[in-house]
Write a protein that binds this ligand. Structure first.
Ligand SMILES: Nc1ncnc2c1ncn2[C@@H]1O[C@H](COP(=O)(O)OP(=O)(O)OP(=O)(O)O)[C@@H](O)[C@H]1O
Ligand code: SF4
Ligand SMILES: [Mg+2]
Length: 339
């Protein structure tokens, strides 16, 4: 990772609150604060992973970045191919389409995201068709090229998605996402539904494509073991907020937030002597409709002090390029994962 790389995406103060409605009149009685003041950047060619337990707001953040959901507040500044900075959060809808070409999504379940009645030629060629790219034969050539790029034989073009395995379907999803040569790919748990052996193949493919095409990734995952080899930096999310961001190696070697430490202790370790050190995270993730007072992690934190129950910690840069939101970040020495 290089500090001098251009910033491609800057997420600033992003919030997404879903109204909770009750009764006959569907009155708004509260809000689910699914994303609550999230800030991060992604540089060109970089992979930022977004990690956290189920329900912490990863998918909502991803969907806001692509404006599949309109944020409640905040900016999503994107550097376009014309070197213009556009705020995706507020840009008028009609201006979104040309931007959407430059940011694409890969989904967790490649089966439900592929239309079963379309051939691979139609599925992968659809974004080209919709954006009026090339003639029929140009599109065919491009689909052939894309299939080769993701390691599938071009003859598969006339087949339907049901003929393929999970890993192959994810390759198809990736080919489709790459059709319009995007700069940013948002991958929401792209390998979670796949067998472990296939996960590595898809991850390697994503890394090769990144190298070849200079792609940036926002890589969403619920556990840390998957992200270690893909990410330059990791952002850890808890109940709608980012609690720690750091370079991958720093975060794994020495986490600064107790939640990161707990997630890391769950990463499978080859050495059986280290396995007993696993921290069992007790209790459930807090409800984003009625989060606890003070630090949202306090009911589950083994380092909790009185101040944590009343005062909410801010995300601060406690070391160069290391951001953490914990009152005790400067005094605690937490355990990471040793190689
Ligand atoms: N359309 C919606 N209306 C109301 N609440 C929602 C909506 N979408 C998501 N939520 C809530 O927002 C919170 C964050 O959900 P989100 O799907 O972003 O989490 P996640 O981190 O992606 O979880 P997972 O790991 O299970 O995919 C959850 O409490 C969820 O129930
Ligand atoms: S602020 Fe307190 S409760 Fe929150 S993570 Fe830090 S030590 Fe734990
Ligand atoms: Mg999700």
């Amino acid at each position: 990772m290089s500090e001098t790389r251009q910033t491609l995406l800057e997420v600033d103060g992003l919030k997404k609150y879903f109204p909770i409605r009750k009764g006959l009149l569907r009155r708004v009685v509260g809000h689910v604060r699914a994303v609550d003041d999230v800030n991060f950047t992604i540089r060109r060619g970089e992979t930022l992973s977004l990690v956290g337990e189920s329900g912490c707001g990863k998918t909502t953040t991803s969907r806001c970045i692509l404006r599949a959901l309109t944020p409640t507040a905040g900016d999503v500044n994107f550097l376009t191919e014309n070197q213009r900075v556009v705020n995706i959060a507020t840009v008028p809808r009609r201006e979104l389409r040309p931007l959407r070409r430059q940011m694409q999504m890969i989904f967790q379940d490649p089966y439900s995201s592929l239309n079963p009645r379309m051939t691979l030629l139609d599925i992968i060629g659809e974004p080209l068709l919709v954006n009026g790219v090339g003639s029929v034969s140009d599109r065919r050539d491009r689909v052939e090229e894309l299939l080769k790029l993701v390691g599938l034989p071009p003859e598969f073009m006339s087949r339907y998605p049901h003929a393929f395995s999970g890993g192959q379907r994810q390759r198809i999803g990736i080919a489709r996402a790459l059709a319009l040569k995007p700069a940013l790919i948002v991958a929401d748990e792209p390998v979670s539904a796949l067998d472990v052996s296939v996960q590595a193949q898809i991850i390697n493919l994503m890394l090769e494509l990144q190298e070849e095409m200079g792609l940036s990734y926002l890589f969403v995952a619920h556990d840390l073991s998957v992200v270690k080899h893909v990410s330059d930096r990791v952002a850890v999310m808890y109940v709608g907020k980012i609690v720690e961001i750091a370079a991958t190696e720093d975060l794994f070697q020495q986490p600064l937030h107790p939640y990161t430490e707990a997630l890391l202790s769950a990463v499978p370790k080859p050495d059986p002597r280290l396995r007993s050190q696993r921290i069992i995270l007790e209790g459930e993730v807090a409800d984003p409709a009625s989060p606890p007072s003070g630090c949202y992690f306090h009911p589950r934190c083994k380092y909790v002090i009185d101040r944590c129950r009343t005062e909410s910690p801010a995300l601060e840069e406690v070391q160069p390029e290391r951001f953490v939101s914990c009152h005790r970040a400067r005094e605690l020495t937490l355990s990471g994962v040793k190689e």
